[in-house]
Design a protein around this ligand. Structure first.
Ligand SMILES: *[C@@H]1O[C@H](CO)[C@@H](O)[C@H](O)[C@H]1NC(C)=O
Ligand SMILES: *[C@@H]1O[C@H](CO)[C@@H](O)[C@H](O)[C@H]1NC(C)=O
Ligand SMILES: *[C@@H]1O[C@H](CO)[C@@H](O)[C@H](O)[C@H]1NC(C)=O
Length: 224
């Protein structure tokens, strides 16, 4: 699998990254990213995900809700019948197509999503490849500030009413206030750091973790 070229386990050890495990025993698990968001004219979110291959319902990797608008920016996925996980972005409430995909193989995959207001261009990258891209959301405006970023759950109301849980493992989620370019995404996928300044860097001190979500030290992460 592509992640092998990245030696993920060494990377996790090197950066002392903790993996968060969302177990299927409960639909309640979530993680709240405790930072203040400014209004954003561009954004990128990258994350490493190990999908539970036995879960077939719509799963939310992250949801960002603003006080005035809940479905502001969201990444979700769902297994199809052909052994793939299909990903879709929601931007300003507009549900973009389920198209970008990766194999539903239980392995780690690297996902990046980017958006910028100036040309209303968005993209979904998987394992360094640009898998889907487009322009246009319903309105041209910044992503509202002062929102709540939740990992592993959809927010049907601002910061609450979680309905579409994610099951599996998540680590190394980072947020930028710029739209990363393909070369940046390729570097990240290959576990090379980039110099772009982050709005949020994966850091447990800034996460409020529901007790059902387990923290796993790097060395126990299964390496495919
Ligand atoms: C949240 O969920 C509760 C219980 O299902 C429901 O009564 C309420 O209307 C929901 N609120 C919103 C804003 O969706
Ligand atoms: C992004 O964040 C950095 C650091 O907080 C800031 O200096 C910069 O102006 C921001 N860029 C945009 C486009 O908002
Ligand atoms: C999450 O990681 C743990 C620890 O490596 C592993 O036991 C579990 O199978 C992983 N979950 C999934 C869905 O791959």
């Amino acid at each position: 699998p592509p992640m092998q070229s990245c030696l993920l386990i060494l990377y996790i050890k090197k950066f002392h990254l903790i993996t968060l495990s969302f177990p299927k025993e409960s639909r309640e698990g979530f993680v709240h990213v405790n930072i203040l968001f400014p209004a954003l004219s561009s954004v990128s979110v990258c994350v490493r995900v190990q999908w539970d291959p036995e879960w077939n319902e719509v799963s939310t990797i992250f949801s960002y809700a603003a006080p005035v608008f809940t479905n502001e920016f969201q990444l979700r996925g769902q297994a199809d019948m052909q052994g793939q996980i299909l990903l879709a972005l929601i931007i300003h409430g507009k549900h973009l197509p389920y198209k970008a995909s990766f194999p539903n193989d239980g392995a780690w995959h690297h996902i990046c999503v980017t958006w910028q207001r100036s040309n209303s261009h968005w993209a979904i990258y998987v394992d360094g490849d640009k898998k889907d891209t487009g322009t246009g959301t319903d309105t041209s405006r910044d992503i509202y500030g002062n929102g709540i970023l939740i990992l592993g759950q959809d927010q049907d109301s601002f910061g609450g009413n979680f309905t579409e849980p994610f099951f599996g493992n998540i680590t190394d989620l980072n947020v930028w206030n710029t739209s990363l370019e393909t070369r940046h995404v390729l570097a990240l996928n290959a576990c090379s750091p980039i110099t772009q300044e982050t709005l949020f860097s994966w850091n447990l001190d800034l996460l409020r973790i529901h007790p059902l979500v387990k923290e796993i030290q790097g060395h126990t992460v299964k390496f495919y």
